[in-house]
Design a protein around this ligand. Structure first.
Ligand SMILES: O=C(O)c1ccccc1NCC(=O)[C@H](O)[C@H](O)COP(=O)(O)O
Length: 241
């Protein structure tokens, strides 16, 4: 059985590392300098960083220069998310040298463009399936965007390499991941799944790791690390086999 990958999260709003509750704009808790946070996860042994431009996701500006600086300073693999919706924003994201980008809104609103960039960039494109129940949400998780399983079937047929699955009701709440949702998505696709939202404890990570045989490849951890529920070293140890 292979090890669950861990992706500590650095979500950037107005130049600061923050965490939101349910992804809602205005619910920010600030955790200071994004580069310092990213370097801390890297020094603690992270192999991945999940880096989000929340302003770009919400349409309240962007942190493009800062995101490029953080990504450029990392020796680890970077997954870049937030507001990547067209050729310009995709080119800027890929030019940071990140390992892959995570498309959200575009997969709901611009399916033809997403199919094209999946064909062009393959494994460098992941799609974020951000849901309330089984309804997808786009535009910084503020607008409904269709049915999870219908969209998943379409993206599978277009060759999407991987999905980042977030239960918005859990995100930033420290209430534990939605294991049922993760199992449901894994049953519906043969592509790897990255779990996101709600991790609160090492037991949550062990529960997600138990889904690796079903197709879960990784877990994003945000609030729990900032709240010091456990250290990254403890998390890496908990999911290594
Ligand atoms: O990833 C996005 O594009 C995004 C857009 C709008 C709101 C939030 C967004 N991402 C949030 C995250 O990726 C979180 O960092 C992640 O789900 C961690 O959640 P948690 O462990 O519950 O803090």
């Amino acid at each position: 059985m292979s090890t669950l990958e861990l992706l500590p999260a650095v979500d950037v709003r107005d130049g600061q590392a923050v965490r939101l509750v349910h992804g809602e704009s205005g619910s920010e808790t600030s955790y200071g300098d994004p580069l310092a946070a990213a370097l801390a996860w890297q020094e603690a042994g992270a192999e991945w960083l999940h880096l989000v431009d929340l302003d770009a996701a919400f349409g309240t500006g962007d942190n493009r220069a800062l995101i490029a600086e953080v990504a450029g300073r990392m020796d680890l693999k970077v997954e870049l998310s937030g507001g990547i919706r067209d050729d310009d924003t995709l080119a800027a994201a890929l030019a940071t040298g990140c390992t892959r980008v995570n498309l959200g809104t575009a997969a709901l609103e611009s399916p033809a463009w997403v199919a094209k960039v999946i064909a062009e960039h393959g494994d460098r494109i992941a799609v974020g399936l951000d849901v309330r129940g089984t309804t997808l949400r786009g535009r910084g998780w503020t607008r409904d965007g269709g049915d999870l399983y219908e969209t998943l079937a379409r993206l599978d047929s277009e060759g999407c390499a991987r999905y980042v699955v977030t239960d918005i009701a859990k995100d930033g709440t420290l209430q534990g991941p939605n294991l049922e949702l993760l199992s449901g998505v894994c049953a519906a696709t043969d592509r790897p799944v990255v779990a996101s939202g709600g991790v609160s404890s090492l037991d949550d990570l062990r529960a997600i790791a138990a889904l690796v045989p079903q197709g879960v490849e990784g877990a994003i951890v945000g609030k729990a690390l900032y709240a010091k529920a456990f250290t990254l070293q403890e998390a890496l140890e908990a999911v290594s086999r």
